[in-house]
Design a protein around this ligand. Structure first.
Ligand code: HEM
Length: 571
């Protein structure tokens, strides 16, 4: 179990970026919060400058051999003829696990068993197998270790929920993301992004340029947006700090710590009172819970019950509170206890915050290295946003910006691994180049579907490690791969973005199947607004070389010390 928790690192939430690199002319102050978070970071590695290639796994030492012996003793060859990669336990401490998973994928194939410490995992890097697990036989799996780690924070929220709770809550939450809500959200995205831009304009007022940690700015922006959109609470973290903001980051940080710590000591009795960081975690959680309880109480006191269809037709332009909480409370027949509502809100807060901040960070990281693509994006923004307010319709015309965001999600998927555990025996297809007869999966098998490997697979993508947003407009039919329908931009008519259907599960920007992200449109439009408004006003250059930007894993792939960029006002 300890190893399981550790290896779930890549899925868990993370705090804001750290302090400036030595020598950088930082203008943003390094707050105590950020210094504290930085000091406690643990997994990192440099990005290979040439192609963002991950470093190779290192040689195994005595500890690794002992741990693999233990694995074999405990789990034997229970997943049949599947190739076995023997992971080095020490890899857990050196760099993000998903880098090693990539090399083992190239070495062992797209379905392999990873013997890691006293536990084994099945690692899947194949679209046909991913489609089976995520969509065709989705209810044969739950979130396994991820749910175990997230339960103390999210309770029975959608991500860790057991299948019965999930079925009830998903049915209620999905209609909340209806068209008029999304339109109202676009106004919130614009208002919050403009607040960030105006801060940047003030900082560049005298010299026309400034060096900033954009990852930290995006993190604040995403927090403000999710607070307003989900429960009508303005954190205003772009301009200030507050006990609630500190508690949110503290909680996110603890979740990351748990995911990277080898022994789940927090499950031991009394640690809640004895271990200082556990005491702090529980007091942070209490601050957030008190805040959410207050907002829920308020929403319930002002409840105006109506049928779903009526709620979806409300005049959102005149509503003071357009949040998802308002919708969930007002929905007739969807009464739940406050505890469940709080779990839903907490889940959305965590799921929708760092993911969006991360995709914005990596979009800028990639664009800053491609001045031609940045100019192309700016030309599009200038022509589309030159007249009038930002609307869903105008955002649809920002085709290139959208493709940049998706290409950033391809290269840096958030989260890089999707975690599942089989609830009953299953048979996985062999996938491309796998065993013809497939693979038997016993009950309780832990599975990592590696979006990172799928998105960079040399079998399904041309030049997989290169930044080419234009690739999404080009069909790719691969007759030689039996069972995979290829990449066809026309396959999902009306889709807002190139999704998992278009790529037949070789691309999972928001997952796939019934447990696909509920906030995909919200996130995509939010990122489009924020990136467009930034590019409309500023040219962005990386401060230092790209290979100095180190990757760290939490819920998302993020940087170790922030994304330090020089912003110059556009003339
Ligand atoms: C760029 C931003 C985002 C990315 C890349 C992203 C990605 C994902 C992915 C890959 C999953 C599937 C996880 C799995 O199958 O194990 C997921 C699930 C989820 N996401 Fe997002 N997400 C983003 C933003 C959001 C936002 C803004 C919200 C809410 C407002 C949200 C709420 C959720 C929820 C509730 C789930 C669980 C769905 C379920 O199990 O039914 N996400 N997300």
């Amino acid at each position: 179990m300890a190893a399981t928790a550790s290896t779930a690192a890549t899925l868990l939430p993370r705090p804001v970026a750290g302090s400036p690199r030595p020598g950088s002319a930082a203008s943003a102050p390094t707050t105590p919060r950020r210094r504290r978070l930085l000091a406690l970071r643990c997994q990192s590695t440099s990005v290979d400058k040439e192609q963002q290639q991950p470093p190779k796994p290192k040689q195994r030492n005595l500890l690794d051999n002992a741990s693999n012996l233990l694995t074999n003793f405990l789990s034997g060859d229970s997943v049949g003829t599947m190739p076995v990669a023997e992971g080095a336990v020490t890899d857990l401490f050196g760099k993000p696990l998903f880098f090693s998973l990539y090399y083992w994928f190239l070495e062992h194939g797209s379905v392999y068993k990873l013997a890691f410490g006293p536990k084994s995992f099945v690692v899947v890097s194949d679209p046909i197998v991913a489609r089976h697990i995520l969509r065709e036989n989705a209810f044969c799996y739950d979130k396994g270790v991820l749910a175990e780690i997230l339960k103390p924070i999210m309770g029975k929220g959608l991500i860790p929920a057991d299948l019965d709770t999930w079925k009830q809550r998903r049915k209620v939450i999905t209609p909340g993301f209806h068209a008029l809500f999304i339109e109202a959200m676009v106004r919130i995205f614009t208002k919050c992004s403009e607040r960030t831009i105006s801060k940047l304009e003030q900082l560049t007022a005298s010299e026309g340029q400034v060096v900033m940690d954009l990852e930290a700015e995006f993190s604040n922006l995403a927090l403000d947006i999710i607070g307003l959109g989900v429960f009508n609470f303005d954190f205003d973290s772009v301009t200030k700090e507050s006990p609630v903001i500190k508690a949110v980051y503290g909680t996110l940080f603890e979740a990351e710590h748990r995911s990277t710590f080898y022994i789940p000591y927090w499950n031991l009795p009394f640690t809640k009172w004895i271990v200082p960081r556990q005491r702090k975690f529980h007091s942070d959680l209490k601050v957030i819970n008190d805040c959410l309880d207050y907002l829920i109480k308020n929403a319930k006191e002002t409840r105006q019950e109506a049928d779903v269809e009526k709620l979806q037709q409300r005049d959102y332009t005149s509503l003071k509170d357009v949040s998802l909480l308002r919708f969930l409370v007002d929905m007739r027949g969807a009464d739940v206890d406050d505890r469940q509502l709080r779990d839903d809100l907490m889940t959305m807060l965590i799921a929708g915050h760092e993911t969006t901040a991360a995709v914005l960070t990596w979009s800028v990281f990639l664009l800053a290295q491609s001045p031609t693509k940045m100019r192309k994006a700016q030309a599009e923004v200038d022509s589309v946003l030159s007249n009038g307010a930002i609307t869903v319709e105008s955002l649809k015309k920002l085709e290139y910006i959208k493709l940049i965001i998706l290409e950033a999600l391809r290269l840096y998927p958030q989260p890089p691994l999707l975690i599942r555990r089989s609830l009953q025996p299953d048979k996985l297809p062999g996938g491309y180049n796998g065993a013809k007869e497939g693979y038997e999966i016993p009950t309780g098998t832990d599975i990592f579907v590696s979006a990172y490997n799928l998105h960079r697979s040399p079998y399904f993508w041309d030049r997989p490690n290169e930044f080419e947003p234009e690739r999404f407009s080009v069909p790719k039919k691969e007759e030689s791969i039996e069972g995979w329908s290829g990449f066809d931009p026309g396959r999902s008519p009306g889709a807002m973005y190139p999704n998992e259907i278009i790529a037949d599960f070789a691309f999972l920007p928001f997952g796939g199947g019934p447990r696909k992200c509920v906030g995909d449109q919200f996130a995509l439009l939010e990122s489009t607004v924020a990136l467009s408004l930034l590019l409309q006003k500023f040219d962005v250059e990386l401060r230092g070389s790209p290979d100095e930007v180190e990757m760290v894993t939490g819920a998302t792939i993020h940087t170790k010390n922030g994304l330090w960029c020089r912003l110059r006002r556009r003339t």
